[in-house]
Design a protein around this ligand. Structure first.
Ligand SMILES: [Cu+2]
Length: 149
């Protein structure tokens, strides 16, 4: 009897995990390919209801949404410096994330929820520091490929 209950509990947990996933993004001074000041990974494919956990592996970073280009009618978030922050994705759409101290160095990330890139053009047109814009071009290409492919 005891064993049956344990099995049921495990099955319950497994079903829960499949329904909502947690994506872990590290904030790093140096990324896996040697690039300076990055979110890793920088392009996250997720579903509404999933959470994204930004981990301050290195010091001096934060994570926050660029609220001017959020999907319609959703609320962003703002993490403090050196603060771990977990964001539950409220809706389909693409979310631009930045690290405020390193925005000028190109420290940005994209979350694509539900494969929805309908606001990606707005993100592409958002005015931002040149190095953020350059890196974002690569991330946008990657996001388009993942969403459409
Ligand atoms: Cu940073």
């Amino acid at each position: 009897m005891k064993r049956m209950l344990a099995t049921a509990a495990i099955l319950g947990l497994t079903a829960g995990a499949a329904a909502a996933e947690e994506h872990v993004v590290e904030m790093l001074n140096e990324g896996p390919d040697g690039e300076r000041m990055v979110f890793s990974p920088a392009v996250i494919m997720a579903e509404p209801g999933d959470t994204v956990r930004f981990v301050p592996t290195d010091k001096g970073h934060n994570a926050q949404t660029v609220d001017a280009v959020l999907p319609d009618e959703v609320e962003g978030f703002r993490g403090g410096i050196n603060q771990e922050v977990t964001y539950e994705i409220p809706a389909d759409g693409t979310y631009l994330i930045r690290c405020t101290p390193h925005y000028g160095l190109g420290m940005v990330a994209l979350i694509v929820a539900g494969g929805d890139i309908s606001n990606l053009d707005a993100i592409e047109e958002e005015r931002m520091p040149r190095r953020a814009d350059q890196r974002l071009d690569d991330y946008i290409a990657e996001a388009r490929e993942m969403a459409e492919g």
